[in-house]
Design a protein around this ligand. Structure first.
Ligand code: G3P
Ligand code: CA
Length: 329
């Protein structure tokens, strides 16, 4: 294991907050991540019926709240409950739960206990207000890392999440401190629209899924093909690939890097892979520490992590240059 790695410290992106310890996207999980030293706090953004942005990972709310009990009949024909069908006031009546799967089982069994918590869904504005407060009261600045979720679906619903996100960020003064924002999206068409038509003043991130997931109309295989990342130049400043796109496993289980990090460097793009989870390591790795050291060796610039403290303390323990993101005080 190297004792010193001559690279800048990657940023720790608190994925849905410190969601390894508290229900995802609760303000409590964000406050905990801030206290643990995350450089950036992530917000997934979806729209309510009254065009308010709330911080939720999915357009559906039935696997992270008690909506099926509180508004039992308010589902669509597919049986799912959608944030878009509720006003912000109605969504504030709900309580968050630890995430469950389609059969109602808690997804990560060793995390926060299942069942209804005392925590509620945050609006984007509420979360930005809390971040502003914590940045002041702790004298340590954490940036924000919002994601435009399902932009085409929202357009079809008659709401423009990107416009709402930009106007909310503007209201909180982020246009004067754009280095405190990374704006992410899986949809290349929306990233292009943000960069060109909406003149997004923030660094953007092209998330990369597996085409089999049906995440968006973007062809990810095309982006991952030789030279494919070059089309992102002038649109985004970083890619956010799935961890398993960074390597393959040879028959004896050895981890072999793909060319993705080098390809990103050729295209002038930072690399922020998702998602490091101490309790769900990707194939080929048997410890969080081993995974983080491997990512350092690859030269990634940031890491989405569910366990902020473990990521921060791991990077603290390595002799790294300061993070590339240096905030002005
Ligand atoms: O935003 C990147 C990271 O969060 C992975 O995506 O599905 O958790 O929003 P997701
Ligand atoms: Ca996300």
């Amino acid at each position: 294991m190297p004792s010193a790695i001559p690279r800048p410290r990657p940023i720790t992106i608190a994925h849905r907050g410190a969601c390894g310890y508290l229900p995802e996207h609760s303000l409590a999980a964000k406050a905990m991540a801030h206290a643990m030293g995350a450089e950036f706090l992530e917000q997934d953004l979806v729209a309510t019926r009254d065009d308010q942005l709330v911080v939720l990972h999915d357009i559906h709310i039935d696997r992270v709240t008690n909506v099926t009990e509180h508004f039992a009949t308010r589902h669509r024909d597919d049986g799912r409950f959608y944030a878009r069908d509720f006003t912000l006031d109605e969504i504030k009546q709900l309580r968050l739960t630890e995430r469950t799967d389609a059969s109602g089982r808690v997804v990560f069994g060793a995390r926060y206990p299942g069942g209804v918590s005392g925590l509620s869904v945050a609006s984007f504005a509420e979360e930005l207000a809390m971040v502003r407060g914590l940045n002041r009261s702790t004298s340590r600045i954490a940036g924000v890392y919002p994601e435009i979720k399902k932009p085409q679906w929202h357009h079809d619903e008659g709401v423009d999440v990107s416009q709402l996100a930009l106007s909310t960020l503007r209201a909180f003064g982020y246009e004067d401190k754009p280095e405190q924002v990374w704006l992410q999206c899986f949809d290349l068409a929306e990233n292009t629209r943000l960069a060109e038509s909406l003149q997004c003043p923030y660094r953007q991130v092209q998330l990369i899924a597996d085409d089999a997931w049906g995440e968006s109309a973007t062809c990810y295989a095309e982006l991952l093909a030789p030279g494919g990342l070059l089309q992102l130049q002038g649109v985004v400043a970083a890619i956010g690939p799935w961890l398993e796109q960074l390597y393959s496993l040879n028959p004896d289980g050895r981890v072999i890097p793909t060319s993705l990090v080098a390809d990103a460097a050729t295209a002038g793009l930072c690399v922020h892979p998702y998602t490091v989870r101490a309790d769900a390591l990707p194939p080929g790795f048997n410890s969080m520490s081993g995974l983080l050291d491997w990512l350092l060796e690859q030269g990634v610039d940031g890491v989405f992590c569910d366990f902020t403290d473990q990521c921060v303390s791991h990077f603290d323990a390595r002799a790294l240059a300061p993070a590339a993101t240096a905030f002005k005080r």
